[in-house]
Design a protein around this ligand. Structure first.
Ligand SMILES: NC(=O)c1ccc[n+]([C@@H]2O[C@H](COP(=O)([O-])OP(=O)(O)OC[C@H]3O[C@@H](n4cnc5c(N)ncnc54)[C@H](OP(=O)(O)O)[C@@H]3O)[C@@H](O)[C@H]2O)c1
Length: 324
């Protein structure tokens, strides 16, 4: 089978496409024919050795996958060859075949296509854990989403709207903001120029957002945190802008505000039942049309580096899918 292989830490162009022996499922594992694998910003970091988790080299990146079960290992009873499944694995997704722990699989609901199935675990799981579980956003509250046209950002917008909140989308171009509007954002804020604090103040009538969802970090974080409302919840989701910001703690005191860390991968390991409940709610919203993953581009397996380069260059909206 063909697979993308990371042999040494480096940028996407250092990845190679190789022919590898077909994997065999061990106890508790399922072997999948990968139909679609979504690209996420953490993939760009993992191959450079810059992520919280570093797989041993060589490895195949990619962890948000949909596919068809080819065979199952000892002890697996819940799945059989031919089942269409949604899968999440530590790595291995950018390949024609992938091994996944059976506990990480879900059957694809009838009628769901493979691309959508590959776009809802990590991205929507992260934003659901952040917005519903950590921030406990309520109907009528206001949430500001930074990097709002990206994978987790668009998911946060849709989840905010599904909960009945008012959502302010902030992004770097008007084209990206148009995508945010199409996914339900109430207010659009282009943060590529101008004073971010003033813009947030104007968008909230001076009150400040109740929740701020930040997957970007860098220079946006401090002005955003300074603008948060009373009893605000600031969700630390990621640092796509590169720099990990430092915040003066008096800002939290002045607003009675909370800084909330979000680490979905660890949440899944430590609280699998809570994650499962979140996924069930997400699948319900998907069936009702309240959420719909935005697939902006599809690439062949051989072009995986191009997909990762586009993401690193800030050129992606919503989700990008690799179709092996
Ligand atoms: N905590 C967790 O559990 C968890 C889970 C998944 C992802 N994440 C993190 O969340 C962040 C977003 O992930 P994603 O998959 O949604 O990525 P994405 O689709 O690439 O979105 C990231 C957004 O960040 C903005 N951005 C600002 N400066 C950037 C830069 N220098 N390079 C690239 N993007 C930049 C871009 O929007 P504008 O151009 O509009 O600014 C972009 O749309 C990443 O840091 C990722 O590691 C965290």
């Amino acid at each position: 089978m063909k697979a993308i292989v990371c042999k040494a830490w480096g940028l996407p162009d250092t990845l190679v496409l190789e022919d590898l022996p077909d994997p065999q499922p061990g106890p508790g594992q399922v072997l999948l024919q990968v139909k679609a694998a979504a690209v996420n910003f953490p993939d760009v970091l993992i191959i450079q050795g810059k992520y919280q988790y570093q797989p041993p080299l060589p490895f195949t990146p990619g962890n948000e996958v949909s596919g068809v079960v080819l065979s199952v290992g000892e002890g697996v009873q819940a799945y059989k060859p031919g089942d269409k499944v949604i899968a999440f694995s530590a790595h291995g997704g950018f390949a024609e075949q992938m091994l996944a722990p059976s506990a990480s699989l879900m059957l694809m609901p009838p009628g769901m296509d493979f691309d959508t199935a590959a776009a809802i675990t990590l991205t929507y799981g992260t934003s659901h854990h952040a917005v519903v579980d950590r921030a406990q956003l309520k109907a009528g509250e206001t949430m500001l989403v930074l990097g709002a046209a990206g994978g987790v950002g668009l998911a946060a917008i849709e989840i905010g709207k599904a909960l009945g909140a008012r959502v302010i989308a902030a992004a770097s171009t008007d084209e990206k903001l148009a995508v945010c509007q199409a996914h339900g954002a109430d207010v659009l804020l282009n943060y590529s120029s101008g004073d971010l604090r003033e813009a947030i103040k104007a968008a909230t009538g001076g009150k400040g957002p109740d929740v701020i969802y930040d997957p970007v970090g860098g220079a946006y974080a401090e002005p955003a945190f300074r603008s948060i409302g009373w009893r605000g919840r600031y969700l630390v989701v990621g640092f796509a802008n590169g720099d990990i910001p430092k915040l003066p703690l008096n800002l939290a005191l002045l607003k009675g505000a909370s800084l909330m860390g979000v680490f979905w991968g660890e949440f899944v390991k430590r609280e699998p039942k809570a994650n499962q409940a979140g996924m069930i709610q997400l699948l319900g919203w998907l069936a009702e049309g309240r959420i719909r993953p935005h697939i902006s581009a599809r690439y062949a397996l051989a072009d995986t580096a191009q997909a990762l380069n586009a993401m690193a260059a800030r050129k992606v909206t919503g989700k990008v899918i690799i179709q092996p």
